[in-house]
Design a protein around this ligand. Structure first.
Ligand SMILES: *[C@@H]1O[C@H](CO)[C@@H](O)[C@H](O)[C@H]1NC(C)=O
Ligand SMILES: *[C@@H]1O[C@H](CO)[C@@H](O)[C@H](O)[C@H]1NC(C)=O
Length: 417
């Protein structure tokens, strides 16, 4: 009876599995149509709606880094590399800058890594400044708008603030030269100096093939109630405790380490991806930044993301109905997490799971190679297309005073690169 009612509102799939963009999702589950315009937006095809001109830069701004350290092809900031590659062969690319709606400058600002594989963003402002200087002297387009029709991929923790510590990032602010450009970034938090109006928030990069290799049958029971693997304290960088994750992760640990409903630990098992597919709720608390790849993993593995990061701005928020898929818990409410999650009616849990089973939702979180319709690359283009046409006011009239300040910012950033 119940199934009958469901089928009125659900798309009922009979096929055992379908291949979606090279990503196989077993489909014995029902999939719920995404309500309202959000679903339509997710399915938009950007081709024909915008033209992008890709500046050609000396390889020291991009490819040289890769030759030196291929690890940046797999870390969570790799979107800057794959977006560049994607655009070079995309049908939205134009070789004629005169007809371009958008200009893209391929600078890999997160590809200089420590021995541990973490990006060192200290030279990024100089690199970026140098690249902008180069495009503005060699082509006339930057000066026309001072970058208002240019976009940049800045996937680092605090985006174009170029620092991994929030305090320092806030102090620096967004690189002054990028104040008129559109920033495509993973960092999203409301009322934060590192996020300005009009930015496009994207998911971090999580390796699609690797995730696919760990898929288990969707009929596997979800026997874990709450799952989390990761740090609760970051003793190395926050010896006093309390600053890391604004104390939210520490609170998860202290309150629930002995609670049988909570499968939480700092140990990262080899079955991590499988475990997420066996869990109902996956905790996605803030760390140093509000976002982490867990969000992508939760969606791909159909585990309801429990988002603990006040004021977070989520990826492609105009296309993905995060409020419907996920559970939002205020950082101060962490001690009540068990009550909050056990009070969610079963029907609501099932509905969220059906929404998560929607292949469009998963596809939008991924940067597959080769690209596929509706994936994260296409959602970025959709975001750029929705910002068109540019307001005429962004084009400087002859003699109009420029607004960007080339000598603003920390002195060390002004050194040539
Ligand atoms: C753009 O403006 C800068 C000064 O703001 C100037 O040095 C540069 O030559 C201009 N670029 C072009 C292509 O005219
Ligand atoms: C540009 O910024 C520098 C450093 O903050 C400042 O000294 C200078 O006056 C600014 N120039 C303009 C034109 O606002």
């Amino acid at each position: 009876m119940r199934i009958g009612i469901f089928c009125v509102t659900l798309i009922c799939w009979n096929s055992l599995f379908a291949v979606i963009g090279g990503f196989k999702f077993h489909r014995t589950q029902h999939t719920e149509r995404i309500s309202g315009s959000a679903g339509d937006v997710l399915d938009d095809d950007p081709v024909g709606r915008l033209k992008v001109f890709v500046y050609e830069l000396p390889s020291k701004y991009n490819k040289k880094f890769l030759q030196k350290d291929p690890r940046c092809l797999t870390h969570m900031f790799a979107a800057e590399i794959y977006m560049h590659r994607f655009l070079l062969t995309s049908p939205v690319r134009t070789l004629n800058p005169e007809e371009a709606d958008w200009f893209y400058t391929p600078v890999y600002t997160t590809c200089e890594l420590t021995p541990n594989g973490l990006p060192l963003p200290f030279k990024s402002p100089r690199m970026m400044r140098s690249a902008i200087k180069l495009i503005s002297s060699n082509w006339p387009y930057w000066n026309r708008t001072e970058g208002a029709d240019h976009f940049f991929i800045v996937p680092h923790d605090f985006a174009a603030c170029f620092h991994y510590l929030e305090e320092k990032a806030i102090e620096r602010g967004i690189l002054p030269l990028l104040m008129r450009a559109t920033l495509v970034q993973t960092f999203g938090q409301r009322n934060h100096v590192c996020l300005k109006d009009g930015s496009i928030i994207i998911p971090p990069y999580a390796p699609p093939q690797k995730m696919q290799a760990h898929l288990i049958p969707p009929t596997t029971p979800r026997s874990i109630f709450v799952y989390f693997r990761g740090l609760f304290y970051d003793v190395g960088n926050d010896p006093e405790g309390g600053y890391y994750a604004r104390g939210a992760r520490a609170s998860v640990w202290e309150n629930f380490k002995d609670n049988p409903l909570f499968d939480i630990s700092t140990e990262h098992p080899t079955t991590y991806y499988e475990d997420m597919q066996r869990a109902i709720f996956c905790l996605c608390p803030l760390g140093w930044a509000p976002w982490s790849p867990r969000l992508v993993e939760a969606v791909v593995f159909g585990c309801i993301p429990v988002i603990i990061a006040d004021d977070i701005v989520l990826p492609f928020g105009d296309a993905i109905p995060w409020e419907e898929i996920g559970v939002f818990v205020a950082e101060t409410d962490v001690p009540e997490l068990d009550t909050i999650l056990t009070s969610i009616p079963i029907d609501e849990i099932l509905r969220k799971q059906r929404l998560l089973a929607n292949p469009s939702m998963k596809q939008a979180m991924l940067f597959p190679q080769p690209a596929q319709p509706r994936d994260a690359f296409h959602q970025i283009l959709n975001g750029l297309a929705r910002k068109l046409p540019h307001d005429v006011s962004v084009f400087l009239r002859p003699g109009e005073k420029k607004t960007l300040n080339w000598t603003a910012g920390p002195t060390a950033d002004l050194k040539p690169w």
